[in-house]
Design a protein around this ligand. Structure first.
Ligand SMILES: [Zn+2]
Length: 204
């Protein structure tokens, strides 16, 4: 009676309730009635998403320690880090902009990466961390506010504009932010919530 132990799944298209089939690696489960895709089997999606997330976290650390850009203007060299730039904006009565920059390029991506690690790392060992549902729900709420790619694009545009005024040297942090952007996109692509919840097991 192995079939009877399989959980039930409803088709997104026609609502037919059916038992989940056992899938071979890389296989696709289709609805029995309408043929719509129910889910896909992504082998090792949790391990891959975790590796990309840890890589992104490491680069994120580098991105926030080193300067994004160095400006050479008549002999003076000015270097700016993300936090440093936000501090200057705050001092210059641009508290709202400083807050938005910190929320979208620092707090939201960091919260997302930490939440992913919190869920994915125990999932690799088939353990369920406390408050997994709450962390997952918070992560999906925070996700749209992470805008590293908008930030990187904005920096590139301003670099081109500043090139007329000063010698602009892109810093280590700029490349690191680019890496964070790529790795977070890769983690999001590899992440399979279905596999995550299967590995986390039923609530305790
Ligand atoms: Zn269907």
């Amino acid at each position: 009676m192995a079939m009877a132990e399989q959980p039930l799944i409803a088709c997104h298209e026609c609502d037919l309730l059916q038992r989940e089939p056992h899938l071979p690696k890389g296989g696709v489960a289709r609805c029995r009635r309408c043929g719509a895709t129910l889910f896909r089997s992504h082998p090792q999606s949790t391990e891959r998403a975790l590796s990309y997330t840890l890589g992104a976290l490491l680069l994120f650390l580098v991105a926030n320690v080193f300067p994004i850009v160095s400006l050479k203007l008549s002999g003076d060299v000015v270097q700016a880090t993300l936090i440093g730039a936000a501090q200057v904006m705050y001092r210059d009565d641009m508290a709202l902009v400083a807050g938005l920059v910190l929320a979208t390029t620092f707090a939201a991506p960091l919260a997302q990466m930490l939440a992913m690690t919190y869920l994915l790392l125990p999932a690799c060992f088939r353990r369920r961390p406390p408050h997994a549902e709450l962390v997952f729900r918070t992560m999906t709420l925070v996700q749209p506010w992470g805008m590293v790619e908008v930030f990187v694009l904005g920096i590139l545009v301003s670099l081109v504009k500043l090139a007329h005024l000063a010698i602009v040297v892109p810093g280590i942090a700029l490349w690191s932010f680019g890496g964070v952007m790529m790795l977070m996109a890769a983690a999001a692509a590899a992440f399979d919530p279905r596999d995550l919840w299967t590995r986390l097991g039923p609530p305790r």
